[in-house]
Design a protein around this ligand. Structure first.
Ligand code: MG
Length: 230
C-alpha cells in the first residue's frame, strides 16, 4: 500500500484555477479511457518490428523485438515513447461512447480530465484533440501517481468522488490519498483488461462506457460525509 502523495505545485496551480464548485465530481483519465493508446502504440511497435511481449501493465521490460522476442533496454523504450507521443497526440482516436457518456454525466456531475503527459508533451495539443471530438471539459496535466491531485480536487465536494483510470498504480495512489473515492478501472483494450487482477479498492473493471455510465448513475453523491475543505 503506497503512502498518500502530495499534489505537485504545478498541478495545485491548475486545480486552483478551476471555477469553485460544490457539485459531485468525476475525475477521469484520458489515455486508454477517453482516447485510445494501446492500439496506437501497438501499430507504432509493429511498424518497427517490435511488439508487446505480454499484455501486462508495464512498458519497460514488456516491449521487445518481434523476431527474437528480445526485451528492449529501458532507455530505448523511453526514446520510443517520446517519438510515439509526438506522433500520436494530435490524432488519437476516441474510445467509442466516451463523448456521449461524459456529456450525459455532466448534467449531474462536474467532469475533470486528469492526464499524465510524459516528456513535457504539451497540454494544448491534448486539449485541441479532445475539443475536436467535442470534449471541452477542463484538462489538468499531472506527472507521477495521481492520489495527491485527486485528493486536492475532492476538497469541498460531496463524497464519493468518482475516479476513472486504467493504471493500477494510479488507483493504488488514489486509494491511499482518498479512500472514499469510488474507483473504476477502465481499460479499452480487452487483452490488457483481461490480465488485470483488480485490487480490493476497485469497484468496477470495464472497457465499456455504457456500463460505466450505468454504474455511476447508481451512485448517490452526498450519501457519505463530504471531504473536508482544506
Ligand atoms: Mg491512462
Amino acid at each position: 500500500m503506497p503512502e498518500p502523495t502530495q499534489v505537485l505545485p504545478e498541478v495545485l496551480g491548475q486545480i486552483r484555477a478551476l471555477p469553485v464548485s460544490r457539485r459531485p465530481l468525476i475525475v477521469c483519465d484520458v489515455d486508454e479511457v477517453v482516447l485510445h493508446l494501446i492500439a496506437h502504440l501497438e501499430d507504432y511497435l509493429h511498424a518497427r518490428d517490435l511488439m508487446f511481449l505480454k499484455h501486462e501493465y508495464r512498458l519497460t521490460g514488456n516491449i521487445g523485438t518481434r523476431n527474437e522476442r528480445r526485451e528492449l533496454p529501458a532507455a530505448d523504450v523511453r526514446r520510443h515513447l517520446q517519438v510515439f507521443f509526438d506522433e500520436i497526440c494530435p490524432r488519437q482516436d476516441l474510445v467509442p461512447g466516451a463523448d456521449e457518456a461524459l456529456h450525459a454525466l455532466a448534467r449531474d456531475w462536474d467532469i475533470v480530465l486528469l492526464t499524465n503527459l510524459p516528456g513535457g508533451h504539451n497540454k494544448p495539443v491534448r486539449e485541441k484533440r479532445l475539443a475536436e471530438m467535442g470534449m471541452t471539459f477542463p484538462v489538468l496535466t499531472n506527472s507521477g501517481p495521481k492520489g495527491g491531485a485527486v485528493a486536492a480536487l475532492a476538497a469541498g465536494r460531496p463524497a464519493p468522488v468518482v475516479f476513472i483510470d486504467d493504471s493500477p498504480t494510479n488507483h493504488s495512489s488514489v486509494h491511499a490519498s482518498l479512500p472514499s473515492a469510488m474507483q473504476i478501472q477502465f481499460i479499452a483494450d480487452a487483452r490488457f483488461r483481461e490480465t488485470v487482477d483488480p485490487a480490493g479498492h476497485i469497484s468496477l473493471v470495464t472497457g465499456d462506457w455504457q456500463e460505466t455510465s450505468a454504474f455511476i448513475g447508481g451512485i448517490v453523491p452526498g450519501a457519505r460525509r463530504p471531504e473536508p475543505a482544506d
